[in-house]
Ligand binder design. Structure first.
Ligand code: GDP
Length: 201
């Protein structure tokens, strides 16, 4: 099955060694639309899914630029204190975080904010680029990406953490590719940063 991600960020991909695979974790509260976005990526269409509570270890790998591929793995967060240590151990050594929110469910944005900040501050996630997908933009009353950015206090995440907030919808797929392109660029930028500082010494 072909995938439109193959065409992503052709200039940026030249920075990445061909053998390197990237691992991206897709997280967010239950029912935010993580599984639907992943299916949209995998099958290029909207697949009706049943909201998952707790574990959803859906994992797909898509080719991207010159890299060996990007693995997207989905985890639900929130309301599962007991499971938290477990998913944390599975999301170790991730290159990027995709945090999905339901932009139409405004009453859960505070809960989402707490989780986003908790994850980003975890010692092993510091500096990992964060793409916030403000999903369900097709829904009437959905907050804009700018409003979601404000409500989640994305700019208050650590200064060293590259972030981008992108509106999208799993129903029509709009916004998904541009969001992932930005994440890819942020990952490459971070990977290049230590090398650049070494050269200066
Ligand atoms: P998850 O628990 O985060 O994996 O959420 P799901 O992908 O299972 O989606 C939860 C519910 O929201 C399902 O009924 C989906 O059909 C619906 N959904 C997901 N994304 C969108 C979207 O962009 N727009 C609309 N209108 N519904 C969506």
């Amino acid at each position: 099955m072909g995938n439109h991600l193959t065409d992503m960020a052709p200039t940026a991909s030249s920075f990445l060694p061909h053998f390197q695979a990237l691992h991206v974790v897709v997280i967010g509260l239950d029912s935010a639309g993580k599984t639907s976005l992943l299916y949209r990526l995998k099958f290029k269409e909207f697949v009706q899914s049943v909201p998952t509570k707790g574990f959803n270890t859906e994992k797909i790998r898509v080719p991207l630029g010159g890299s060996r591929g990007v693995t997207f793995q989905v985890w639900d967060v929130g309301g599962q204190e007991k499971l938290r240590p477990l998913w944390r151990s599975y999301t170790r050594r991730t290159d990027g975080l995709v945090f999905v929110v339901d932009s139409a469910e405004t009453e859960r944005l505070e809960e989402a904010k707490v989780e986003l900040h908790r994850i980003s501050k975890a010692s092993d996630k510091q500096g990992v680029p964060v793409l916030v997908l403000a999903n369900k933009q097709d829904q009437p009353g959905a907050l804009s990406a700018a409003e979601v950015e404000k409500r989640l206090a994305v700019r208050e995440l650590a200064a060293a953490t590259l972030t981008h907030v992108q509106g999208c919808s799993a129903v029509d797929g709009l916004g998904l590719q541009p969001g992932l392109e930005r994440l890819y660029e942020m990952i490459l930028k971070r990977k290049k940063a230590p090398r650049a500082s070494k050269k200066r010494r």
